[in-house]
Design a binder for this molecule. Structure first.
Ligand SMILES: [Zn+2]
Length: 302
């Protein structure tokens, strides 16, 4: 009896040891298998597609906004722009920049949201009037009762204007929400005097104006013309602080080839603090942010 007990005691550590060895080797085996490309993965795409993906360094693995449908377009765009990174090629083709302005257009699926994008490929449609338009407070606007923003953007702008005032600067809203019909007249006037090609560089076609979102504001400092806003200290203040209130400089210098618009130091867009901060910190445009982080990822607007 005594002997038997001893035998059992001796066996237990051996069994435990063997179990541990078995578990460890299984885990190591599974871990190694995980990193090994399986034959199935290697033959996932037809040879022809595989070759094309290889040309672009397999972007489908690195960028979740890569679209297989656009593969040919990425390749053509890369040929035309060999110095751009793969990330920029995918981003720009997704924006639609390989197509002429105002071709292949669609209406935004994100109406009445802060992450709504309007550019030369995405419009708001003829009938869109944003919800909750309100007047901008008298002390922060040029023409009280005619300058309106969506209420959340309005509150943010008034906070920005008051903080600027505290710091010794005057920032006034001179133009904000514009209706489809108003933009139509404005654009037509520009076309009549400058021609379509020239007008398109600085004015939006009706339905494609960011001012129709009710999230956009043109500002001045009450001293110089708004077109000279970048010569003012108020502009410097905006460059350092606008994002803290959820605003971005929408058409920056040196980004004309992405936004499709000439540099506008006076034109600011409300996107909310999180998006504005990301855009500020990474020095990108809303167009780029949209295709990388919003398109096909966020819930559709109402
Ligand atoms: Zn503007």
């Amino acid at each position: 009896m005594k002997k038997q007990v001893k035998k059992v005691k001796l066996k237990s550590p051996v069994i435990v040891f063997l179990v541990i060895i078995a578990l460890v080797s299984t885990s190591v085996f599974l871990f190694m298998q995980k990193d090994k490309p399986t034959t199935k993965e290697e033959t996932k795409y037809p040879m022809e597609i595989e070759e094309k993906l290889k040309t672009l360094n397999h972007p489908e693995k690195a960028f979740d906004y890569f679209k297989f449908d656009f593969l040919e377009r990425y390749l053509s765009y890369q040929e035309l722009n060999p110095n751009l990174s793969i990330e920029d090629i995918i981003t720009r083709v997704n924006i639609g920049l390989d197509n002429k302005y105002y071709t292949n257009t669609s209406v935004s699926p994100y109406l009445n949201t802060n992450y709504l994008l309007v550019n030369k490929y995405i419009s708001l449609g003829e009938n869109y009037v944003p919800d909750h338009l309100v007047d901008i407070d008298k002390d922060c606007s040029v023409n009280y009762k005619t300058v309106q923003l969506v209420s959340e953007a309005k509150d943010a702008f008034v906070n920005l204007c008051h903080k600027a005032k505290e710091d010794g600067f005057t920032i006034r809203a001179m133009s904000s929400y514009r209706s489809y019909d108003y933009q139509k007249k404005l654009y037509q006037n520009y076309v009549d005097s400058d021609g379509v090609e020239e007008a398109d560089t600085y004015s939006a076609r009706p339905g494609f104006s960011e001012h129709q979102t009710g999230l956009t504001v043109d500002v001045d400092n009450a001293k110089l013309s708004y077109t000279d806003f970048d010569k003012t200290n108020e502009f410097k203040w905006m460059m350092e602080n606008a994002h803290r209130f959820g605003f971005i400089l929408r058409y920056p210098k040196d980004k004309e080839d992405i936004t499709g618009y000439s540099y506008e130091s006076w034109h600011y867009r409300y996107v909310g603090v999180d998006i504005a901060t990301y855009i500020y910190e990474h020095n990108i445009t809303l167009d780029e942010y949209y295709v990388r982080f919003i398109e096909n990822k966020m819930g559709k607007g109402n």
